[in-house]
Design a protein. Structure first.
Lengths: 45, 179
């Protein structure tokens, strides 16, 4: 299964680099998302 | 007042260039990445910034998240991104208020249809809290939101991610607004 990728941009130089996440980075990302809180926007009636 | 126009080969006066109100200080084109880290898009050159998002997924839907960062490290302090807003739905008009204190700003819920969001961030590069205001769409509603990040930290970047591991497509642009 293809791993997710990340992009890092240095806005001073304009250099952007896309790399595949390592297993550790994927685990860290999943933990970060689990600790993030979704924006609860009520549905209109 | 008439505004200057320029032609090829013309020498550009400093006074005309210095009158330009906004400069692009950073941007990223997303071609399927799950996260985007923009470094050095905030500098001492400006104290006001606009961030404009145009993001969709290849499949699925997720909440769009943003954190302020310094040296490539996003701030994830619990409850430090504080906000309140109002939501008006379409096509059925229904309105509701929302607020929260989260470890990130959440703007929009995107899917294979692109979302649109625009926020103003003031003084992100100063070691004081960073106020935020903006507008965004959320699938079937238009929303406005305001709030602030309450840490006394000088930030130089943004970290953009989502509530799943969705690949993101589109772009994000950061503009510095001149005094």
């Amino acid at each position: 299964m293809k791993k997710p990728t990340k992009i890092v941009v240095d806005c001073l130089t304009g250099i952007a680099e896309t790399t595949e996440m390592t297993d550790e980075e994927v685990a860290e990302y999943e933990e970060m998302v689990a600790n993030s809180q979704p924006l609860i926007v009520p549905s209109p009636e | 007042m008439t505004y200057p126009t320029f032609s090829n080969g013309q020498v550009l006066p400093a006074s005309d260039l210095n009158a330009i109100g906004m400069w692009k200080t950073g941007s990223v084109t997303l071609t399927g990445q799950t996260t985007a880290q923009l470094n050095n898009c905030f500098t001492s050159d400006f104290d006001k910034y606009k961030v404009i998002y145009n993001i969709r997924s290849g499949s699925g839907a997720a909440s769009l998240y943003t954190r302020l960062s310094v040296g490539g490290v996003p701030n994830s302090t619990a409850g430090s991104y504080i906000y309140g807003g109002r939501y008006v739905g379409f096509p059925t008009v229904g309105a509701a208020d929302f607020n929260g204190a989260d470890p990130q700003f959440g703007f929009s819920f995107f899917s294979t249809s692109p979302t649109a969001a625009e926020i103003v961030l003031n003084n992100p590069y100063s070691a004081i809290p960073t106020p935020m205001s903006g507008t965004f769409m959320n699938v079937n509603a238009g929303c406005f939101v305001g709030g602030y990040h309450n840490q006394n930290t000088a930030y130089d970047g943004l970290y953009i991610y989502n509530s799943s591991s969705l690949a993101m497509y589109g772009s994000v642009t950061v503009l510095g607004v001149r005094n």
